[in-house]
Design a protein around this ligand. Sequence first.
Ligand SMILES: *Cc1c(COP(=O)(O)O)cnc(C)c1O
Length: 494
Amino acid sequence: MCTPAYTLSKMKGNIKFYKGENIPLELHKPRIVQKLHLVPIERRLQALQEGGFNTFKLNTPDVFLDMLTDSGTNAMSDNQQAAMMHADDAYAGSQSFARMAKAVEDVLKKKYLLPVHQGRAAENVLSCAYIKKKGALIPMNYHFTTALAHITQYGGRIAELLYDEAYNIASSHPFKGNMNIEKLEEVIKETGAGNIPFIRMEASTNLIGGQPFSIANMRAVREIANRYGIRLVLDASLLGENAYLVIQREPEFASASMGDVIATMTGLADIVYFSARKLSSSRGGGICTNNLEIYREMEALIPLFEGFLTYGGMSVREIEAIAVGLYETLDESIICQSPQFISYLVNSLVANGVSMVTPPGVLGAHVDAMKLCEHIPQTQYPAGALAAAFYLISGIRGMERGTMSNQRDENGNETYADMELLRLAVPRRVFTLSQIKYVIDRMTWLYENRKMIGGLKFVYEPPVLRFFMGELEPVSDWPQKLVAKFKEDFGDSL
Ligand SMILES: *Cc1c(COP(=O)(O)O)cnc(C)c1O
């Protein structure tokens, strides 16, 4: 039996308060908790020095609120935990895999599933299967770091085709993740459909601030893909939240269910892949399709890179958690939580004067470091500097999403990012409202002392995905000065 052990809630997430206070309400209760550590600012400075001023290199005993990422850090439900206990441990033919495949078919409406150990592994398999010619072009709404790295690793190129409004930080456009339809057609005509193995649409476009696309836009992309005979691939890692925002923002879907919106989106794609570290709040991933030929084109790569076709490098326990988590994606009262907390965080910081990516998106709140650190040149990584400074004064770990996260061009020159962002991820159903208020308070203090933040420079720079393991140092003694100002204002408070 593959029926989920719960009934889907019909409850919507928009709870109003009698006195009109506009705050999000947690629609869940913690039953297992983990103690957090808020270490003194002196220790935080030392931890930064030990970790090369790179927040990826901090250790959790030094981190209070971990807002680095929403990848694999989401709270699991009681039903997911329970499912993990009856996992079927077999190399081949595991019934845990059968349950995941059934969930994929029920929720994503795709019959054939290739399991992979995480989202980027799906990108590796896709790139390996379809990027056969050097210089092959993949048009997309916007890149994701790992998607770009795998495509270029196999000799491909990308074309990013957002509308100009997407690069406007303070915007009220509901769908900044929309693909630029006119440019897409131009690029196909210039390049020739034969040199385009697939078009990639990313749900809730991660690197521009978790911004969704509309279904109207995806339908237009599908129409062009049909016209030129090109496959359409959907990166569904952040699909649930994109669907939730479609219900909120696209009038045609105002009274649609999550299930209908999700099925509409996946129905427009030939291939859907996802990171289960986000979609389904577990760990793992998958590639799915209704086309047997497409399935066959990638099938042999799974045992080569990942593991046998009924586990793909995942533990069977995680596979069980994915199956339940996929069904839970259909529940609006679950999926609404992270976007609502993000919206509260973004709107509060904007009210305090901090420039943020708007409208509020998904996966996290994005601080505009280009503005907040306008005195720091892009050569000195303003978003990386802001990430380090914010950790220093709060114990909160965010992630640089700017020039540091870009790779150098073939001549070794910097490629400057369109946006310099500090991303403060809001993992699904993890933080409470008072913790979010602490984030707002400390970021507001830092904003008022922003001129004290200085730049960073690399002292160790890996050639690929340098932001993960690179080491930097401050260009002056600005961190020590910031510590002194913090102590002046907060006394002996941590
Ligand atoms: C996280 C993410 C990926 C990569 O997934 P991992 O599981 O971290 O490898 C790919 N695409 C998008 C949009 C993502 O957010």
